[in-house]
Design a protein around this ligand. Structure first.
Ligand code: GTP
Ligand code: MG
Length: 197
């Protein structure tokens, strides 16, 4: 897919405030600081479409971007940010889970995990919840430039084995680097494939 136009549409505090669900939508979610906003920018060839930060917790609202005037890309608040209060964390969780469960035009959720780490409980729990809730999702490994390719592959394998403990079928997986612009094209191919634009 060639990216012709990108446009920030709005930030919403809850799913009811999101734009009309009249176009196919794809959302990025994952722990704070995992690289959601950076990957969106890399894929869109845009330096600061989605705001990024070294400080976790930058994206606190549901951000909608209109791409090529025919689909939405959504940047969701990160989960598991330790440095906010428990009640604030619960609020973020609510924003995300209500959005995921209610957004009618959501075609696929991309769950981002850091390729440097072994499976983290919070990510596994979230992935399990997606599966149990019947949400179509894929797993996206981020920051692959920080590791040697062999180590990335080994970490992906650990992930597969962890998920195979509970699931017979594995979701699609993508290895990416926003820094080196790796993997974004595969994600865009999937987006094209799952929709007739
Ligand atoms: P929140 O909005 O807080 O949930 O974070 P986020 O998931 O949107 O992360 P963000 O894109 O803001 O990136 C967090 C930090 O990781 C920034 O310092 C980025 O520069 C860095 N980062 C993101 N992607 C990559 C990558 O592919 N490679 C490297 N080396 N650094 C990255
Ligand atoms: Mg962000």
């Amino acid at each position: 897919m060639v990216i012709k136009t990108t446009e920030f549409v709005k930030s919403s505090g809850k799913w009811q405030e999101c734009p009309e669900p009249n176009l196919p939508e794809y959302a990025f979610i994952g722990r704070s600081n995992v690289g959601k906003s950076s990957l969106i920018n890399a894929m869109m060839n845009h330096k600061d479409l989605a705001k990024t930060s070294q400080t976790p917790g930058k994206t606190q609202l549901i951000n909608h971007f209109l791409i090529n005037e025919n689909w939405y890309l959504t940047d969701l608040p990160g989960y598991g940010y330790a440095r906010v209060s428990k009640s604030m964390r619960k609020d973020f969780e609510k924003i995300n889970t209500n959005y995921i469960l209610n957004r009618q035009n959501l075609v696929n959720l991309f769950v981002l995990v850091d390729s440097r780490h072994t499976p983290q409980q919070i990510d596994i729990e979230f992935i399990e919840w997606c599966g149990e809730s019947g949400i179509p999702f894929s797993i996206v490994f981020t920051k692959a430039d920080k590791l040697k390719p062999n180590t990335v592959n080994a970490n992906v394998e650990v992930y597969r084995n962890e998920l195979l403990k509970t699931w017979d079928e594995l979701p699609d997986m993508y290895v990416t680097s926003a820094e080196k612009k790796i993997g974004g094209d595969e994600i865009l191919k999937f987006i094209t494939k799952t929709n007739e634009f």
